[in-house]
Design a protein around this ligand. Structure first.
Ligand SMILES: Cc1cc2nc3c(=O)[nH]c(=O)nc-3n(C[C@H](O)[C@H](O)[C@H](O)COP(=O)(O)OP(=O)(O)OC[C@H]3O[C@@H](n4cnc5c(N)ncnc54)[C@H](O)[C@@H]3O)c2cc1C
Ligand code: SF4
Ligand code: SF4
Ligand code: SF4
Length: 394
């Protein structure tokens, strides 16, 4: 009987296999690192190998080269303020709602810290989908809902990571996908719910936590800033260069194993549209507009993607740019995240050691040397932008 569907290090946890098994004998189980992996109840398995045949990690989904590259952001400042970068997702979602369609995206239930994909045509749900949540969302139930809506002839926008879209597309094989719009968030990796729990436990008021936002802009935009809100009305912020979770996440210390082999990194894209942050904008060719509050990178990858962007372009500031510029500061437009050699050690100690000392052990400290490095990086960025302006003026 089968006990493994694909190579364990390639399993993305998309959960699609649990839906296609004719005996329904696959369940997603959390492993010791806190990531979801499929487990087969071998006594019920009839060895039909359907799960193996369908799994996107065994048989890749077709990808397509990107078509156009834009720097973009919403004209609505409130939308931008409440989104991770330029608010492109929210503009796309509003367009779909206006067409009486449904939107599927990740919502976070607090204080339970449950992250899952929801399908909805209600604006209050779409508002909850906004914003990046940096751990893995469970999309299994949503896959079923998306299929039902498409069979009923509804327009559906599905937004998620590349591997979630792969699971969805495989699950929908044989179904008419004319009414499906896919949007992938350019993703360098996800961590597990357990890692986020361990991080939150380091804060004295953790029991009173009522809300968690991974990308908050109260203190401005210029990097990632986590906001924790408590029942007594107080809140705390963690900036990416100091926050323990962001240090571990950005140093690739706590990503899912499949993320280091991600099949959805690079210029070949899986979705109609790709959305990301446009880090490095203006460093090669000057960018004339003032950037504040978040600038998105928007890639159109299919004709459908181009058509949808055409429909919402009046709601956006939209500037065509080059892939060369876009990939400069976004490694996942070139290749998957680099494996951190301390990853195994980190997870082996996660249950034993305090999260703070664990992160400090494996992530270089904020020493004078690091401060100097980050200062010189900012200086270089400013110089590059200035140089680009001078170069293009001549
Ligand atoms: C795990 C993760 C890693 C990322 N890594 C990068 C990166 O390395 N470089 C980069 O430029 N951008 C990255 N992004 C994308 C970036 O953070 C923004 O989401 C993107 O710029 C879109 O911003 P927005 O303002 O248009 O939309 P937002 O309001 O941010 O909405 C984005 C969409 O993301 C979806 N989403 C949120 N969390 C998850 C999740 N856990 N799983 C699946 N879907 C989710 C929501 O459903 C929503 O539809 C990442 C996003 C995620 C979720
Ligand atoms: S279908 Fe998804 S969850 Fe199942 S084995 Fe393949 S990658 Fe893993
Ligand atoms: S081989 Fe068939 S019955 Fe067994 S787990 Fe896979 S899909 Fe289910
Ligand atoms: S990096 Fe790749 S495998 Fe990991 S969550 Fe993102 S899309 Fe999926």
């Amino acid at each position: 009987m089968m006990d493994q569907i694909c190579k364990r290090e390639l399993c993305t946890g998309c959960g699609m296999c649990t839906l296609v098994c004719p005996k329904q004998c696959i369940i997603l189980q959390q492993n010791s690192e806190g990531f979801l992996y499929p487990e087969i109840h071998v006594e019920q398995c009839i060895d039909c190998k359907k799960c193996k045949r369908m799994c996107p990690a065994n048989r890749a989904i077709d990808t397509v080269p990107y078509k156009k590259v834009y720097a973009a952001w919403s004209k609505n400042s409130k939308t931008k303020q409440n989104s991770s970068s330029g608010g492109i997702f929210f503009e796309l979602a509003q367009y779909v709602l206006k067409q009486s369609g449904f939107v599927c995206g990740a919502v976070l239930d607090m204080p339970q810290l449950e992250l899952y994909h929801l399908v909805s045509d209600q604006i209050k749900d779409i508002e909850r989908m906004r914003g990046s949540k940096y751990f893995q969302s469970n999309s299994v139930h949503a896959y079923k809902m998306v299929k039902e809506k498409l069979i009923a002839g509804c327009l559906v926008l599905y937004s998620g990571t590349g591997c979630q879209i792969a699971g969805l597309l495989r699950y929908l094989e044989g179904i008419d996908q004319t009414n499906l719009i896919t949007v992938d968030v350019l993703c360098h990796g996800v961590t597990s719910r357990k890692v986020v729990q361990k991080y939150l436990q380091t804060f004295p008021k953790n029991d009173m936590l009522v809300d968690l936002i991974f990308r908050n802009k109260d203190l401005g935009y210029g990097g990632v800033c986590i906001k924790r809100t408590y029942a007594d009305g107080t809140c705390e912020y963690g900036k990416s260069r100091e926050d323990l979770f962001m240090l571990a996440f950005n140093h690739n210390l706590c990503l899912r194993n499949s993320c280091y082999h991600c099949a959805y990194a690079g210029p070949e894209r899986i979705a109609d549209i790709t959305i990301a942050d446009f880090w490095g904008l203006g460093e090669i060719k000057p960018f004339p507009e003032k950037q504040d509050g978040g600038t998105s990178l928007l890639l159109t990858n299919t004709q459908k993607g181009e058509h949808i962007v055409e429909q919402i372009k009046n709601c956006l500031y939209l500037y065509e740019r080059t892939y060369q510029e876009a990939r400069r500061k976004n490694r996942c437009l070139v290749k998957p995240s680099k494996y951190n050699k301390n990853r195994v050690h980190f997870f082996s100690l996660l249950d034993q050691e305090n999260f703070e000392s664990l992160v400090r052990r494996f992530v270089p400290q904020n020493t004078t040397l690091i401060k100097l490095k980050s200062f010189s990086q900012i200086l270089m960025l400013k110089l590059r932008r200035k140089f680009a302006r001078l170069w293009y003026r001549e």
